[in-house]
Design a protein around this ligand. Structure first.
Ligand code: ZN
Length: 63
């Protein structure tokens, strides 16, 4: 099976929650790959080699 930076396994995304508000995250295309976005916090969490980095300190504020 091929590992891709551009998809997140459905079962994994299912259990991912925003560390700040515990809200659901949606994956979206970012400038440098993929990110997980929290609509409530307006934050985008980076995905490093397919591994979501759910740290508020590393999140990107969404315009
Ligand atoms: Zn949030």
């Amino acid at each position: 099976m091929r590992v891709s930076d551009h998809t997140i396994e459905p079962w994994l995304r299912e259990i991912l929650r925003c560390p700040r508000c515990k809200g659901e995250l949606t994956d979206a295309a970012a400038a440098d790959g993929l990110e997980l976005r929290c609509a409530g916090c307006r934050l985008g969490y980076p995905v490093d080699s397919g591994i979501p980095v759910l740290l508020v300190d590393l999140a990107r504020p969404l315009g």
